[in-house]
Structure formats: structure tokens, C-alpha cells
Design a protein around this ligand. Structure first.
Ligand SMILES: NC(=O)c1ccc[n+]([C@@H]2O[C@H](COP(=O)([O-])OP(=O)(O)OC[C@H]3O[C@@H](n4cnc5c(N)ncnc54)[C@H](O)[C@@H]3O)[C@@H](O)[C@H]2O)c1
Length: 300
């Protein structure tokens, strides 16, 4: 194993089950001290799911701490990060993984389903990542992974709340990649598919192939010192890994002296849509680079 997390501390949210559990186990197996976060209802008998994962890590010789704060409040996010720093002295890796689904077609989606899903996925990513980002800046090092979804990147019937929350994370990651660059902080996103309690019975023929551990391989790479990628999105499922990106087509330029109308847009819509020669801007200024080039040309 060359990727190693010795002397590093990782937080994995929603890590009592499913993908988060798998990420936590793999990070710990490679030497990270891991804060295993997940909800726990004290009224339930027995140890929490997070404590179960911690026990598993410790029995394999690793270091871990269970944390039961909710990601969906600012106090919870701060407490999760404080648990890492208080127990292990630093925070190198944050895997924003906790999640819920409350599906329903848009016209009938109750307000509660909109708020709860935005809270657990999108607001929570701010609550957990912001205090971690402050520590990472002080340390001049950090790796942040967000868990997005194909449902947001590409769309899926009945998941307007989930899709919006998951795609909001992409905007957050894009900005953290830019703001974190000078502090050695990388921020990336994964769009996974794996068999977990979240999608039980929904995966059909692919169920056996969609092992959560196959997603963790990409997550652990993105969490590592070796990862230099930032602001990227990777699809990871069933052993297939692929990059997802936002592209800008070459488009159609009307010329600075023209005032194109809606009819001109209609006449040129095929050019505007054509994918040949597309570019992948790294920030908002590179989006307008081409227009600046046209301007310089026009000014001679
Ligand atoms: N499984 C998939 O195919 C798939 C596909 C796309 C995206 N995802 C995303 O991957 C992540 C993990 O999902 P999973 O499939 O392992 O589901 P899962 O239900 O097994 O795990 C999610 C965990 O998050 C925890 N959680 C929920 N609310 C929380 C809160 N407020 N605070 C702390 N923990 C909380 C849950 O208790 C649960 O253990 C989610 O963000 C999900 O949206 C999963």
C-alpha cells in the first residue's frame, strides 16, 4: 500500500453504515485516526452504529472515535470538527457523506422534505466543512471530499430536493478549490453508486456489482497526500471510475458591433449547442477569456 495516512486525522460523516462505514474502515486501515460520525438515538438499546464501526477499527489495530452530533446544525458541525481536534490534535481529511432521501414529484413535494434534505446535504456541508477549513488553513494542508450524486448532476425523476442539494455541493467545492489552493487544501466531489440501505431493492441486476468498497477506493485517493486534483468531480460505481465536468461550448460570437436578437439566437442555436471544441473552465474568469481574446483582436 503506498497511499498512507499515518499521523493524519479524518472525519467521515454518516459513517455508521453504507458508504461512510466503508470509507472510514479503509482510511483507518491505511493509518488515519478516524472520527466516525453518525446519529444515535439513546433510546435505542445497544451501541450506536458509529460505535460499532469504531470497535471494528480498534479491533483491527486502528484508532477511531465515535461522534453522534448531527451534521445538520452549525453546533453539530462544529462539535464534529472539535471532536477530531480535541481527541487527535488536528484534522486533515473531511469526507462529507451523511445523507437522507425524501423523494417525491416536484408538484407534490412537502416543504419539510425540501428543508430536511437541503439541511442534511447542503447546509451540513457548510456546517462541518467551514470549521475544518479554518483548521486546515492554519495547518496549510487539507483534503475535503463532498458526496454529490448523478441525480443532481444529470437529473432524476422525483428527486428535486436531493438533486438541488447535491449539485449545490459542486458550487461549494468549486469555490473551496480556489480559496484553498494557496493553503494546500484540495476539495473534490464523488458521485457514487453502491448498494446500501439508502437504495435497498432499487439497483436491480447491478446490486451485486455495486460494492461500497469500490467507491471508497476513489474517496481514499481524493483524501490522500498524493491527490493533486482539486475542484473535480468523479463518478465511482461498481469498479468504473470516470471524471464528470462542466464544459463550455465554443459557441457563437455575434461580434461586438452587433446586437443579436432572439431570432439570431434561434438561427444559431445549433452552433451554440455544438460540443466540438468545448473547453472546461477552471474558474469564472476563464469562462470569459475567449471574449477578452475577441476584444483584444477587435482593438487590434
Ligand atoms: N448509495 C448510493 O448509490 C448513493 C448514490 C449517490 C449518492 N449517495 C450518497 O452517498 C452518501 C452515503 O449514502 P449511503 O448510500 O451510504 O446511505 P446510508 O443511509 O447507508 O448512509 C447515510 C448515513 O448518514 C447518516 N445520517 C443521516 N442524517 C444524518 C445527520 N443529520 N447527521 C449525521 N449522520 C446522518 C445516516 O444515519 C446513515 O448512517 C449520501 O450522501 C448519499 O446521498 C449514495
Amino acid at each position: 500500500m503506498s497511499i498512507d495516512f499515518s499521523d493524519q486525522v479524518a472525519v467521515v460523516t454518516g459513517a455508521g453504515t453504507g458508504l461512510g462505514r466503508s470509507h472510514a474502515l479503509e482510511l483507518a486501515a491505511r493509518g488515519a485516526a478516524v472520527v466516525v460520525n453518525d446519529l444515535h438515538n439513546p433510546a435505542n438499546d445497544g451501541p450506536s452504529s458509529a460505535q460499532g464501526v469504531v470497535d471494528e477499527i480498534v479491533s483491527l489495530g486502528g484508532a477511531a472515535l465515535a461522534n453522534h452530533d448531527s451534521v445538520s446544525t452549525p453546533e453539530g458541525g462544529a462539535a464534529i470538527v472539535e471532536a477530531a481536534v480535541g481527541e487527535f490534535g488536528r484534522i486533515d481529511v473531511v469526507i462529507n457523506n451523511a445523507g437522507i432521501v425524501r423523494d417525491g414529484s416536484f408538484a407534490k413535494l412537502p416543504l419539510e422534505s425540501i428543508h430536511s434534505v437541503l439541511d442534511v446535504h447542503l447546509r451540513a456541508a457548510f456546517y462541518v466543512t467551514q470549521p475544518a477549513f479554518v483548521k486546515m488553513k492554519e495547518q496549510n494542508y487539507g483534503r475535503i471530499v463532498f458526496t454529490t450524486s448523478g441525480a443532481g448532476l444529470f437529473g432524476n425523476f422525483g428527486q428535486a430536493n436531493y438533486a438541488a442539494a447535491k449539485t449545490g455541493l459542486i458550487g461549494l467545492a468549486n469555490v473551496l478549490a480556489i480559496e484553498g489552493a494557496r493553503y494546500g487544501i484540495c476539495a473534490n466531489s464523488i458521485a457514487p453508486a453502491a448498494r446500501t440501505q439508502m437504495n435497498e431493492g432499487l439497483l436491480g441486476d447491478l446490486t451485486d456489482a455495486l460494492d461500497p468498497e469500490l467507491v471508497s477506493s476513489m474517496v481514499v485517493f481524493l483524501a490522500s497526500r498524493e491527490c493533486e486534483a482539486t475542484g473535480e468531480i468523479y463518478s465511482a460505481m461498481g469498479g468504473r471510475y470516470a471524471r464528470v465536468f462542466t464544459g463550455l461550448t465554443t459557441g457563437w460570437f455575434a461580434g461586438f458591433d452587433n446586437r443579436p436578437t432572439a431570432d439570431d439566437v434561434l438561427a444559431n442555436i445549433d452552433h451554440i449547442n455544438a460540443e466540438a471544441g468545448y473547453r472546461v473552465p477552471t474558474d469564472v474568469t476563464t469562462e470569459v477569456d475567449e471574449l477578452n481574446a475577441y476584444l483584444r483582436e477587435a482593438q487590434g
